[in-house]
Ligand binder design. Structure first.
Ligand SMILES: *Cc1c(COP(=O)(O)O)cnc(C)c1O
Length: 355
């Protein structure tokens, strides 16, 4: 197989370990002689996978007592609706820091009144700050990493009302003080596993406070009470996610990930800031460690396609920026090695010297 440097934003790079172990289990799961794709989710072998994923997730993020971790289908986008369905009585407060946040707002509006702050005025190049959280809202919703715009909120904010966070693209990239949150969710396909499984961390005492009837599958309590086995879970995805958790633990956990992510991002941001032709798009104080967005300066704009082609020749893939920002986006998730970032920086310098 061709060796490439994978900068895709999602689905995205996974540890070799995750892929290799999952392939083995797809052929013969836990010595059962049956493929992971063909084994009952009620078997004791698969049940052990689900329980271990739950336990390890709690261990790695240091999740305190009183919280449940569930794995469900539907992607983070289903959570955009499940959060207000389960938590919104009258009013909620949303921080509109990007396209994903605004999609969450669209769903929440179905269920009640939404107050918000937004950074749309600058094409989401910064994370809104200094706002007052209304005390009469049922919860505040934030997006910690804005995958499309390359901005990130890297500290855990203090909130007087329940704090809900979409952490799809930065979960397990750094330590998080989970006790400050009421609920954290995200799709797996950015930092954890293949698309198809979604994690939700729920503080149990926030449930049961809305009066509307909830369909079973859209009720968090159903999944909490049934240990994510109310219906058939995405078994292969959960297995792969567990392998990533094992890999992460063996690497030294979230502290080590944070250290590596800071180092990788520093190398790339330094290259961007010292370049004569490239320039970053996010405001410096809010720059993401996971998705690094940059464009060609105005006078070099016509070379955009050329750079992508040049990068591809050097086996650097997935660098095309999202259409709403343009230019380039290098996603530097946990599994991306430093060597890939160095290869990209080398390519940028070589390209620059030619133009
Ligand atoms: C990718 C992404 C989503 C959407 O996830 P799906 O699993 O495709 O629904 C939501 N929020 C953020 C921050 C994302 O990066």
């Amino acid at each position: 197989m061709k060796k490439v440097h994978n900068f895709y934003a999602g689905p995205s790079i996974l540890p070799e370990f995750t892929i290799e172990e999952t392939i083995k289990a797809i052929k013969d799961f836990a010595g059962t002689g049956v493929s992971l794709m063909s084994v009952s989710h009620r078997s004791k072998e698969f049940d052990a996978v689900m329980r271990e994923a739950e336990t390890l997730f709690k261990e790695l993020l240091n999740i305190p007592e009183g919280y449940s971790v569930i794995f469900v289908g539907g992607g983070a986008s289903t959570q955009f609706a499940m959060v207000p369905y389960n938590l919104l009585n009258k009013k909620a407060f949303y921080v509109d820091s990007g396209v994903w946040a605004s999609k969450a707002i669209k769903e929440a509006k179905i269920f009640g009144e939404i107050a918000m702050v937004s950074s749309k005025d600058k094409n989401y190049a910064y994370v809104p700050k200094g706002y007052e959280i209304p005390l009469d809202a049922d919860y505040i919703h934030i997006t910690t990493n804005n995958t499309i715009y390359g901005t990130e909120l890297r500290k855990d904010i203090n909130s007087p009302i329940p704090l809900v966070a979409d952490m799809s693209s930065d979960i397990l990239s750094r330590p998080v003080d989970v006790s400050k949150y009421a609920l954290i969710y995200g799709g797996a396909q950015k930092n954890l596993g293949p698309a198809g499984v979604t994690f939700v961390i729920i503080k149990k005492d926030i449930l049961g406070k809305v009066s509307r009837p909830l369909p079973s599958m859209l009720n968090y309590a159903t999944h909490v009470e049934n240990g994510s086995m109310y219906n058939t879970p995405p078994c292969v995805d959960v297995y792969a996610l567990l392998q990533t958790l094992k890999w992460l633990k063996a690497q030294g956990g979230v502290k080590e990930m944070e250290k590596r992510n800071i180092e990788k991002a520093q190398i790339l941001y330094d290259a961007i800031d010292n370049s004569k032709i490239f320039v970053g798009t996010a405001q410096k104080e809010d720059r993401s460690l996971m998705n690094i967005c940059f464009v060609l300066k105005e006078e070099y704009k016509s070379f955009e396609e050329d750079f992508l082609k040049f990068a591809k020749e050097k086996n650097l893939v997935g660098l095309k920026g999202h259409r709403s920002v343009g230019g380039f986006r290098a996603s530097t998730y946990n599994a991306l090695p430093k060597e890939s970032v160095i290869a990209l920086v080398d390519a940028m310098k070589e390209f620059e010297s030619k133009h």
